[in-house]
Design a protein around this ligand. Structure first.
Ligand code: NDP
Length: 286
């Protein structure tokens, strides 16, 4: 039976630490500020944006929401980002993805000032992560690492397999495991012998976007299994990329869905925004 790593518990701890630091920053006259842009009325994006605003209020940040209509032009969106880049009380800017089809996501990511890019999607921040000398880490992979650290799991020398190679999860996830001296394999839809590769993993991270994709025969006895997926099963119930019922008895540690990696993402966003506020105000420690 696996130990369940609770993202609820770890994210609450991270948010409490951020709240404490925020209080001390406020004593120095700085209130961290996050601007959240949402374009259109995608219901999932609306839920994410509301949760981000709620988290800001909880840790003591100021937050500004910019809800733009679906027909917003690229020019209008870039003009707003330009204004926010120049606004001193805003330390972090995030534009909720996906954007409506007529908008160019890459151009939007490039337009956000790297100093305010608390999602760490800007090429300049991505490059810094590659080098291992960074200010911000992308929130979801950083959240997975936080869970690994909290559980006291040693990455060094372990066989780590990441299923998924997206720019926001899979690729940076692999890089962070590599930084901690894991021996990392990245799998994707063209990978041959996926089952065998996964079954060799000491640490398996699933970021596939397919409900219950990872079955028991893909998991080594005693493996650490981290499930990034947020999907709906055939009954419309929230589930991960891992078939939890099958895999849990074989794993040594596992993250549930919901209540695993999900809550970590927003907690790490708070951490990045706090860091952005400190960097922009030249405050090293509080
Ligand atoms: P993407 O769709 O961008 O990437 C999915 C990856 O999985 C791709 O690299 C794809 O390969 C790979 N893949 C798809 N099918 C297979 C297959 N049959 N075998 C092997 N690899 C496969 O998804 P994201 O990275 O954005 O997200 C992954 C999951 O994580 C989703 O469920 C998403 O909802 C969730 N998520 C959760 C977050 C959280 O806060 N917990 C935050 C972000 C995402 P290829 O590149 O070849 O197409």
């Amino acid at each position: 039976m696996a130990s369940v790593i609770s993202g609820k518990e770890v994210s609450a701890k991270v948010r409490a630490e951020v709240r404490e630091e925020c209080e001390r920053l406020k004593e120095k006259g700085v209130t961290p500020g996050l601007a959240v842009i949402i374009v259109g009325d995608d219901p999932a994006s609306r839920v994410y944006v509301n949760n981000k605003k709620k988290a800001c209020a909880e840790v003591g940040f100021a937050s500004e929401e910019y809800a733009l209509p679906a027909e917003t032009t690229q020019q209008e969106l870039l003009a707003l980002i330009d204004t926010l880049n120049k606004k001193p009380e805003i330390n972090g800017i995030l534009c909720q993805l996906p954007l409506p089809k007529h908008l160019d996501e890459t151009a939007v990511i490039h337009a956000i000032s790297p100093e305010k890019d608390v999602d760490a999607f800007h090429p300049s921040n991505v490059g810094k992560i590659m080098i291992g000398d960074y200010d911000f880490l992308p929130c979801t992979p950083a959240g997975v690492m936080e869970l690994i650290h909290f559980a006291g799991i040693e990455v060094s020398g372990k066989n780590c397999v990441v299923i998924g190679r997206s720019n926001i999860v899979g690729k940076p996830m692999a890089m962070l495991l590599l930084h901690e001296n894991g021996t990392v394999t990245i799998c994707h839809s063209k990978t041959k012998d996926l089952k065998e590769i996964c079954a060799g993993a000491d640490i398996l991270v699933a970021a596939v976007g397919r409900p219950k994709f990872v079955k028991a025969d893909m998991v080594k006895e005693g493996a650490v299994v981290l499930d990034v997926g947020i999907n709906r099963d055939e009954n419309g119930k929230l589930c991960g990329d891992v078939d939890y019922e099958q895999v849990e008895p074989k794993a040594s540690f596992i993250t549930p869905v919901p209540g695993g990696v999900g809550p970590m993402t927003i907690a790490m966003l708070m951490k990045n925004t706090l860091k952005a506020a400190k960097l922009q105000n030249h405050i090293e420690s509080v």
